[in-house]
Structure formats: C-alpha cells, structure tokens
Design a protein around this ligand. Structure first.
Ligand code: KG4
Ligand code: ZN
Length: 325
C-alpha cells in the first residue's frame, strides 16, 4: 500500500495505490496563478504548505486506508519548482519517519511514463514514449521499465509552453492548451499553414523546436481569425510530434506508443497519433496532467528495486531521468 505525493508545480496531489489498483487520487489545482498568466513559484510553495495535510488525509479517507496500513511513501523529488518540491519532500520525510516505512524518491517525468499503465494494462515496455507537458517535451525509447533511451527533446519551448504562449497572444486564459484545442476545433484548417519545424532527417531528427512557430503565429495575428490561427498552430505542433514519434517507432521497431503529460489531453493529438501508429495509449485527463497516482505507481517500481532514501533526501529543480542509456 503506497501513498504517492506530488507537489512539483501547482497541483497538490496525493494518491493511494495498492500494487494492482488505484485506491484513491486527490488533486488540488491552485487557481491563484491564473490572474498572473503563469505559475508564481512562491505562491505555489505556500499553497502546498497549507494543502498538503488535508489533501493526504482526504486521499487516505477516500481509499479507506489508515495511516498504519501504509507500506511506503513515494514522493516527487525532481524536477520542478524547488520551493514547491521541498514541501512534498519534507512532508514525506516526516511521515515516513513517523510511520517507520520506506521513503521512495520519484522522478516526476518517470511518473508521467507510468501514468498510462494505471488505466491500460498493455501500456508497458517495450514502447516509444512521448511526454509533452508544460515544462518538458521528451521522446524516449523504453525497452524496459527503468531503461530509458532519450532520443529527442525540445531546443526551446516545451509543447505545453508553446500552447500557453500562443493562447496568451490570442487572449485566452492560462493555462491555454485546452482553450486552444477548443478554439481550433472551430477553425478552418486550410486558412493558414505554418511551416513544420525541424523535420529534416539530420542528427537532430528527434528534436523539436517551437519558438519559430510561436513567432510565426505572432506575425500572422492581425491577418487571420483567432480560430484559424489556433487551428494552424495546433496542426503544425501535432504534425511535428506525430512525425518524430513515427520515426522513433520505426527506428526501434516498437509496436506500442505511450503518451503522457498535460498536452496528451489534446484529443486531436491522440487521434492523429492513432491515425499513423498502432496501439497508442494515452492517460485520461486527470492522469495525463500532474497527479500523485503516477508517482505512487512509479514509486512501487523503484521500491521493488530497493531504491529508497533516508532523511538526507533533497529536492532538485533539474535532474536527468534515472536509467538513461
Ligand atoms: O503535465 P502538466 O499538467 O504539467 C507540467 O508538468 O507541466 O502539463 C500542463 C500543460 C500546460 O501547458 C497546458 O496548457 C497543457 O499541458 N495542456 C494542453 C491541453 N490540456 C493541458 N495542451 C494542449 N491541449 C490540451 N487539451
Ligand atoms: Zn508534469
């Protein structure tokens, strides 16, 4: 029985996972950031301080599991906002020490890799993974859990960040991804076609770059309807992500694709992936965005390998994925 804790950004989340089934998941999203058009780190950290105890209590209640029945505490320790991470790490340390159970540090992006497997038993290695969130865009070949071959990443903006910045240009609220998706669904796909970035098959054939696309949208702002701009932008991002993922699937001969991260909520992206590739697994919305269920699930894997931490555990704003080949 594992308690997962996630506080790396602006979601305070706790979940109970029993090794087979997700018993509960509580996610408290901090609305305070919307007016600033982005996450304010100090506000995020302070909000985690006030939310963490009730969020954990609620997760235990929903699971009908008493504190004394927990076998381990898994917590996100990297990457993320340092002040936000420290709240979860410090709380998890205290709880693990008080209960006398192991503390399991989990890398946030490894959590995203495990998210789909909570809902789709076939979403297990070997597979090609595309993680697309507000902070990361990672294309990874996964021969086995814990063995990760990083193929490509973004050279500038993460996919979600590009969605958020374009949403801001179009006057949409933060975070803008789902607003762009909604607006794009009413746009005319033939009105404007943006150049697809970085499609050459060179040594960067798996990397992506979205800052040029963002600039192209800005330059077109006065000449096109917002819905057509949203559609043109989203189509360009999706085409690029699908093409890069297809290359990786072919190169490593995989027959499964696993998506993760907030941008994997985008139905048009998932549909385009399914058009081109077999066996595409995407988590539902609450497991695609930041949540503690994926941390508990990845924590179970790390615990099985004996990878626990002592009271000296620290948090890290940036850290490579464990098990990179
Ligand atoms: O994984 P996540 O919840 O947090 C990070 O770890 O960053 O991802 C949040 C990102 C935001 O940039 C948000 O705009 C984007 O996911 N997002 C979407 C959609 N829903 C959320 N992007 C495109 N389409 C969506 N439907
Ligand atoms: Zn995330």
């Amino acid at each position: 029985m594992i308690l997962g804790i996630e506080t790396s950004c602006d979601e305070t989340s706790a979940a109970v996972y029993d090794g087979e089934r997700l018993r509960s998941l509580v996610i408290l999203s901090q609305d305070a950031h919307t007016v600033f058009g982005g996450v304010v780190p100090e506000i995020a950290a302070r909000a985690h301080v006030t939310s963490i105890v009730p969020v954990v209590r609620r997760a235990l209640d929903d699971a009908d599991v008493a504190l004394g029945r927990l076998d381990a505490i898994a917590v996100t320790y990297a990457p993320g906002l340092i002040g936000a991470l420290l709240v979860g790490v410090s709380y998890a340390k205290g709880l693990a020490a008080a209960l006398g159970v192991p503390l399991v540090p989990v890398h946030h992006m490894e959590g995203h890799l495990f998210a789909a497997s909570l809902e789709h038993p076939e979403a297990v290695p070997p597979f090609t993974a595309l993680l697309v969130s507000g902070g990361h865009t990672l294309l990874i070949d996964v021969p086995a859990w814990g063995e990760y071959r990083l193929l490509g990443a973004t050279r500038d903006d993460a996919a979600g960040e590009a969605f958020d910045k374009v949403a801001k240009m179009l006057g949409l609220p933060y975070p803008g991804g789902r607003h762009i998706e909604k607006l794009a669904s009413t746009g005319d796909p033939t009105r404007i076609r943006f150049t697809r970035p970085m499609l050459r098959a060179d040594q960067h054939q798996y990397d992506v770059s979205f800052s040029g696309l963002k600039t192209a949208v800005r330059l077109a702002l006065n000449d096109y309807a917002p819905a057509d701009l949203a559609r043109g932008f989203q189509d360009a991002i999706i085409d690029t992500l699908v093409e890069k993922t297809s290359r990786a699937v072919r190169a490593y001969n995989r027959d499964r694709v696993v998506l993760g991260g907030g941008v994997a909520c985008n139905r048009a992206l998932v549909a385009a992936m399914r058009d081109r590739l077999p066996n595409v697994f995407a988590p539902s919305v609450r497991l695609a965005t930041d949540n503690a269920a994926m941390i508990a699930r990845a924590g179970e894997f790390r615990l099985g390998r004996g990878e626990t931490a002592g009271p000296e555990l620290n948090a890290y704003a940036t850290l490579p994925l464990p098990g990179l080949a």
